[in-house]
Design a protein around this ligand. Structure first.
Ligand SMILES: NC(=O)CCC(=O)C(=O)O
Length: 282
């Protein structure tokens, strides 16, 4: 569906910060119930966190992985259709032949799958004495930029660690995105340092709305998520935010703010492309 001049603006979004535990069916039921609540409260676009149907950990990915379409994404399609909303299904471990990916799916108001993003930058880090995590132990990286056409605007979709790569966001914005969405699961080391900083940085350097959506914190799990799901406007202001507990964060996305920021500080048109360039190699 292409963006039209009569698209509803502003539109309400909901970030579902839910607990993502070991019981896959309980995760699916919990997600559906939060999505229903968000729709009851007027959300037109609902976003789930990274790895919403499984614990986040490389040893869990092979066990929880599913093909797409599969049981988890069918459940998402059904609730999107039932409530007539757009749904960004956080991410799930996806199985495609002999490979596993960290994959986000997007459904439109009819429950049709309209986009799929496979995490492009795998979360491989080692902060001595704090956290070592190597997604590449079990996952394969995706190779595509994901721009989602909705009736509201184009949305640039990426997953968690992808937010650290400004080039990816820049390329989405070059393709017309006004809103950048990152289902993510930062941790207790990098979360306090960089979660909000990166969300605000991507918002300011692209003059776009940014939403970062985390699982709720479970201190008994092997990977403790930071939480703090947040929405930032194109000026870099935080317009909605929560703490680490389960809940839903709502925000109104007013696209005229994107246009105002871009017109007031026109960096998009002031790039020195004679000196430097960021280009998609596909
Ligand atoms: N799930 C992730 O990609 C985590 C990314 C993260 O914590 C970071 O610091 O980056």
């Amino acid at each position: 569906m292409s963006t039209t001049a009569t698209a509803p603006n502003p539109f309400k979004i909901a970030l579902v910060q839910m607990l993502c535990g070991a019981d896959k069916q309980a995760n699916l039921d919990n997600a559906a119930s939060h999505i229903e609540t968000a729709a009851d409260n007027g959300a037109k676009l609902v976003i789930l966190p990274e790895c919403f149907n499984s614990p986040y950990g490389t040893k869990f990915f092979p066990e929880y992985a599913e093909p797409i379409p599969g049981p988890s994404t069918s459940a998402l399609a059904a609730v999107a259709k039932k409530r007539g909303i757009y749904l960004i299904g956080g991410s799930i471990p996806e199985r495609d032949q002999d490979k596993l990916y960290n994959t986000s799916t997007v459904f439109d108001t009819r429950g049709e799958l309209i986009a799929k993003h496979r995490k492009v930058h795998l979360f491989d880090i080692d902060v001595p004495g704090k956290i070592r995590f190597q997604e590449s132990e079990t996952l394969t990286a995706g190779n595509a930029l994901t721009v989602v056409e909705t009736e509201f605007c184009k949305i640039g979709l990426a997953i968690c660690y992808d937010i650290r790569f400004p080039e990816l966001a820049l390329l989405s914005v070059k393709q017309g995105c006004k809103f950048l969405v990152y289902p993510g699961a930062f941790n207790m080391t990098t979360g306090p340092m960089h979660w909000e900083l990166l969300a605000r940085a991507r918002a300011v350097d692209n003059q776009a709305f940014v939403a970062v959506v985390s699982p709720a914190r479970d201190v008994d799990s092997g990977y403790v998520a930071w939480g703090h799901s947040t929405v930032v406007n194109p000026w870099g202001d935080i317009v909605a935010k929560t703490d680490h507990t389960p809940g839903i964060v709502y925000a109104d996305i007013d696209l005229s703010i994107v246009d105002a920021a871009r017109s007031a500080i026109p960096v998009q048109f002031q790039k020195r492309t004679d000196m430097y360039k960021v280009e998609l190699q596909q």
